[in-house]
Design a protein around this ligand. Sequence first.
Ligand code: RNT
Ligand code: ZN
Length: 417
Amino acid sequence: MSADTEKNYAQAKEAYAAIGVDSDAAIGSLEKFGISMHCWQGDDVIGFDHDGPLTGGIQTTGDYPGRARTPEELMADIDKVFSLVGGKRHKLNLHASYAVFKNGSHDRDVIEPGDFSAWVDYAKARGLGLDMNPTYFSHGKAGKYTLASPDAAIRDFWVEHGRACVRVSQHFAEALGQPCLLNIWIPDGSKDVPADRIGPRERFAESMDRTIAEPHDKDKVYVAIESKVFGIGLESYTVGSAEFGLCYAASRGIVPLFDNGHYHPTEMVSDKISSALTFFDKLALHITRPVRWDSDHVVRFDDEVREIANEIVRCGVDRVFVGTDWFDAGINRIAAWVIGMRCLQKAMLSAFLTPHAAFKKMQDECRDTELFVRQEELKTLPLGAVWDMFCERAGVPGAEWYGEVENYEKEVLSKRS
Ligand code: RNT
Ligand code: ZN
């Protein structure tokens, strides 16, 4: 360990102790804090089960060289990412479109656990968990509507897809010995003013009911529904709106998923977490960065992510499934993953280093001025020195990780054409 890391940490430990915070405990909490990292940053949300473009009103922009084109390349890239990200309990978040077929391909309504055995083996060998998402986009049967389609045959196809994903999730949970989050997001909606808003919503609810009726153990598979305000080409109406998602989750006893890119730009997910957790046992999040719209920019260590992290810690880390969701094809894709993961971890570290009980007491005793002062003074305490010690203890590089990505680009990514 470098003498500087040790010396700086000793000083930081004292500075945090002075406000009643144990920095070793904070590092320990961060080591145990698992993040479900999305697999789709490495290949621009394309997957392996189809040819054709990304559809569904989501978009990657940029053409940086080195996109992963095969499962092997994607797995190697994810290994590189995890070599630069500390922490012991991470998961990998898969989409159904990342199936790795062994004996000929299956359409999405009939995918099987075996179509994901390459991922189960991968996760097992690395001590990772797996989460799952049905893929209701980038497919010939995903036109304007999927689970909310007026065409019963289309709805049936996608219901079968969801049910197959429930079975895959149950298999993930059993094979890896940890619960699997199965998150349902559909792109259904319309570009212009619809004539019927309630019809598609009723059909979506009915299709969801049929999907979650697929037998599963509730302590192994947690089903979530992800809401959204709009998508590209779906600007006027989104079937799975925020109210729909919340009401559906509450009435069926499943988990709501909040993606912080899926609201009007001044709405803050940090303020929504506690409202949901007043009524739900569990909540799921997609951490992303919307820039003016649901742009899925790489997460930075910014105010909103820090406040989301504070809320996760205050409400209870065991109550929140934390996943990531961004995709940038304009910069090195490995760096895009690593930047966002490390920024989220920095936000969590900052939250673990916050004297929440003392601050709450100030609020309850109406010492608002003091709270304001102490919240702002906290921001310039030596978080960086604690972060460096976290990296050191986790065996990952500190601030100088970019060289690793540069080498990987030279040795591996640049050879992909
Ligand atoms: C889309 C949702 C969804 C997707 C992934 C690929 O707006 O955020 O979570 O990003 O399923
Ligand atoms: Zn999302």
